[in-house]
Write a protein that binds this ligand. Structure first.
Ligand code: UAG
Ligand code: ATP
Ligand code: API
Ligand code: MG
Length: 494
């Protein structure tokens, strides 16, 4: 595509010089490390670096046009000045990649907890229908069966558009995508044409970033207020799938112009579960779809997973999929790596690895385990460094209240002092509480598993699928499942 044609899509701009030599654009990027000959480089003011300081480097590497929001000194290449380069980046990358999201069924999932789980269940349902699927989220980007690594849960605008375009090229028809609150605030999904938006729940997280729960709630609401506001063609085909048991779900009904499909357990909902029975290997419940009831046995454990299943069912129903096939996928689905992942052993001691890293996530995980535990419950828990400090005392309190043996350890301390994080956690509980502190996560896992008796369960919370630990800024290999298996073996339990 010619540069002149591409920048036509920017309505308000100043191009200097106006009579620049046109060229065929090879790439649009915000990152100097990606620049190649004839790229367009967009200068973004980040939290660490101001991209405007890097334009000379971009030009040296071959950038043939710069998009900026601040005055730049002479560079020898044309500069397009706009009010907001982030917005320009959304418009340019969507145009450059031919608006890939419009060519696929796009399902966006937001909420504090359950996004990764719900997107995986949705992916499974569409696969069951024989579709080639795309998945974008915390663990990876997946096109069909091929996995690509990811830095963020919701990638930056350009990586996202590039990924979606690759999906179109490879014949993907439906995409399930996690949409984080931070991405919504930063406009990373501007230009993405969602067909279905799913809300899971809203509880405390990321207040280091959003500062207040009101801001956090507003961030989540953006996915729904941006959905289906223009009634094109025969009307509006967009659907908001809302958890009606969460006060925020009820509020979102007012924010969206799209059709609303509600799900829930406690309140009256279009898609509803009742008679939920939880056991260690799965969950049984009645699924009611607009009053039509059927009994379901799924392999995922816990009441919160019933919510996740309802959310995924509702999304597939909104897409017009066949109910029998949806249910076949739900009953086959084994769960997601690191989400209540059970590691049982012949000795009767079990470990469960779970990604609960928020107060509500931890509470749900422990309540679920307490529901079926026949022995004592150990809880190994830490809190991430360089993240919301306010959740630390709350998580400590939940571990103390809902487990028999709380063990505080390190999660990903990142740049923080591991002991300082534990000190923040200890603020949440009385001084004389029976808590064991072991900063070394490996030692904590070994200690708990060695101490556990047959029928006891050791919950290893916070890191789930992660295969690394970041201490003092260094990333080392670390895998909770591997460590649990080793400790069980050492104990003679395998
Ligand atoms: C606080 C935050 O959101 N940061 C995101 C932000 O980075 P930043 O603003 O610090 O960017 P920066 O490093 O200052 O760079 C500014 C500009 O200079 C460019 N640059 C930079 C270096 C260089 O050598 N050359 C260059 O051109 C960068 O490409 C960028 O355009 O923009 C980057 C690219 O879009 C993101 O990867 C980065 O996420 C960081 C890694 C992060 O940790 N984000 C977390 C808080 C986050 O976004 N989490 C959510 C939610 C997780 C969940 O709940 O599941 C997520 O969606 O991942
Ligand atoms: N619907 C839910 N309600 C409450 N807690 C949940 C729910 N689903 C999952 N959890 C808990 O939260 C943890 C994380 O789940 P999941 O990875 O699906 O959420 P997520 O929203 O993608 O999280 P992240 O924002 O970190 O990517 C799980 O390990 C589980 O303990
Ligand atoms: N998406 C979350 C994941 C937290 C996982 C936990 N293990 C940690 O490192 O804090 C975050 O980046 O805040
Ligand atoms: Mg996730």
């Amino acid at each position: 595509m010619l540069a002149s044609k591409l920048i036509q899509s920017l309505k308000f701009k100043q191009v200097l010089p106006a009579d620049y030599k046109d060229f065929v654009v090879s790439m649009v990027t915000q990152d100097t490390r990606e620049v190649v000959e004839n790229s367009i480089f967009i200068a973004i003011e980040g939290s660490q670096i101001d991209g405007h300081m890097l334009v000379s480097e971009a030009v040296q590497k071959g950038a043939a046009l710069i998009v900026a929001q601040k005055k730049l000194s002479l560079l020898g290449v044309p500069v397009v000045y706009v009010e907001n380069t982030n917005r320009a980046m959304a418009i340019l990358s969507s145009r450059f990649y031919s608006s890939p999201s419009e060519a696929m069924r796009m399902i966006g999932v937001t909420g504090t907890n359950g996004k990764t789980t719900v997107t995986h269940i949705i992916e499974e349902i569409f696969r069951e229908h024989g579709e080639k699927t795309g998945l974008i989220g915390t663990m990876y980007r997946r096109i069909g069966d091929k996995i690509y690594p990811t830095k963020n849960t919701t990638p930056d605008i350009i990586t996202l558009q590039r990924t979606l375009s690759k999906m179109v090229e490879q014949g993907v028809s439906s995409v399930a995508m996690e949409v984080s609150s931070i991405a919504l605030v930063q406009g990373r999904v501007w230009g993405v044409d969602f067909d279905i938006a799913v809300f899971t729940n809203l509880t405390r997280d990321h207040l280091d970033y959003h500062k207040t729960m009101a801001n956090y709630a507003h961030a989540k609401s953006l996915l729904f207020s941006q959905l289906g506001n223009e009634y094109r063609h025969q009307g509006n085909s967009k659907v908001a799938v809302l958890n009606i048991d969460d006060p925020m779900g009820r509020r979102l009904e007012e924010d969206t112009a799209a059709h609303v499909l509600t799900y829930g357990i406690k309140n009256s909902a279009m898609i509803k579960a009742s008679n939920v029975v939880i056991h260690s290997q799965g969950t049984d419940f009645d699924l009611e779809v607009f009053g039509q009831k059927q009994h379901l046995k799924v392999r995922m454990v816990g009441l919160f997973n019933v919510y996740n299943i309802l959310a995924a069912y509702a999304a597939a129903y909104a897409a017009g999929l066949d109910s029998e096939k949806i249910i076949a996928a739900l009953t086959n689905f084994k769960g997601v790596k690191g989400r209540l992942q059970l590691i049982s052993s012949p000795s009767g001691v079990s470990a469960i690895v779970d990604y609960s890293h928020t107060p509500d996530g931890l509470l749900n995980a422990l309540e679920t385990i307490n529901d079926f535990a026949k022995g004592k419950v150990f809880c190994i828990i830490g809190c991430g460094g360089d993240r919301d400090h306010g959740k630390r005392p709350k998580m400590a309190q939940i571990a103390l209240q809902y487990s028999d043996y709380p063990i505080f350890t390190s999660d990903n301390p990142r740049s923080e002092d591991p002991q300082a994080i534990i000190d923040d956690m200890l603020q949440g509980i009385p001084q004389q509480s029976a808590v064991k502190v072991l900063l070394d996560r490996r030692a904590a896992i070994q200690y708990a598993i060695a101490k556990a008796q047959p029928k006891d369960i050791v919950l290893i919370a916070g890191k789930g699928h992660e295969d690394y630990q970041i201490i003092k800024g260094r990333k080392n290999h670390f895998d909770d499942v591997e460590e649990a298996e080793k400790a069980l073996k050492r104990r003679g339990a395998f």
